[in-house]
Design a protein around this ligand. Structure first.
Ligand code: ADE
Length: 246
């Protein structure tokens, strides 16, 4: 799985790519990343990449030239990419989307068609619209709120996809049994407990200590269903809640 990231903050992106699951995945060659500095495609000695919006208004807009030239440069060297711009007006990221990136179609014909993924991270007020139109970018949001740029969104997507690549997690079951996986019908994960058995007066549920794996599986299934139903009901509202006490 190969990601090219176009950003104004290559160092910040690289430093996150180096740690944890992503660091391991990259070291093992299971995920490859290429980080490109958009400022390298500026045309002036101040390395300017933004300008004031036509029509007035606050903030600055990313100019089209550095974006288009960076993509052309990248694709001339490394082939055509699936182009995705991180932006709050994009389609909201879901586990289903992540799974579709991580597990391309099984048939070999289609498989040959799998392209590296280009992630364009915006800053300021956004991108000049023409750059996205000309290059037919897909638009992706990581949620209905506004960040200062797309870098966190790009990292969210890469991390979510990387942990689905076989061999990246210590135990491949983790990815299958996790919350939201389509294999689980999008259900949420059950609660987890570890030692000590009693912590500040709260005990681990007895069923988990009894060694009856049928009963444990049943309990986990029921807890997973409760969490999933509770979360779906909450989605009407927007405030996070304390699931344990609900
Ligand atoms: N850039 C700014 N806000 C964003 C969001 N919510 N998702 C993706 N990219 C963004």
């Amino acid at each position: 799985m190969l990601f090219s990231i176009l950003t104004l903050f290559p160092d910040a992106v690289e430093s996150y790519l180096d740690v944890g699951v992503l660091g391991i995945a990259r070291t093992r060659g299971l995920v490859q990343t290429r980080v490109v500095d958009l400022r390298d495609f500026s045309r002036d000695r101040h390395r300017t990449v933004d300008d004031r919006p036509f029509g007035g208004g606050p903030g600055m807009v990313l100019k089209p030239e550095p974006i288009v030239e960076a993509v052309e440069w990248l694709e001339a060297r490394h082939g055509e990419h699936r182009r995705i711009a991180l932006t709050p007006d994009g389609t909201t990221l879901t586990q289903g989307f992540v799974e579709s990136l991580a597990s391309p179609p099984a048939s070999s014909e289609e498989h040959e068609d799998v392209k590296p993924i280009l992630l364009l991270c915006g800053r300021y007020e956004g991108f000049d619209e023409r750059a996205l139109e000309l290059l037919q970018f897909e638009r992706l949001s990581i949620g209905d709120y506004v960040l200062a740029g797309g870098e966190l969104g790009a990292l969210v997507l890469i991390e979510a996809a990387a942990r689905l690549v076989p061999g990246v997690l210590g135990d491949d079951r983790s990815a299958v049994e996790d919350s939201y996986t389509t294999a689980n019908g999008g259900a949420l994960d059950h609660p987890h407990f570890t030692r000590p058995r009693v912590f500040r007066g709260r005990s681990v549920p007895d069923v988990l200590l009894g060694g009856d794996h049928g009963a444990i599986d049943q309990w986990r299934l029921e807890e997973s269903q409760k969490r999933t139903q509770r979360k779906r009901a909450q989605q009407e509202g927007s405030q996070p809640t304390n699931n344990q006490d609900a």
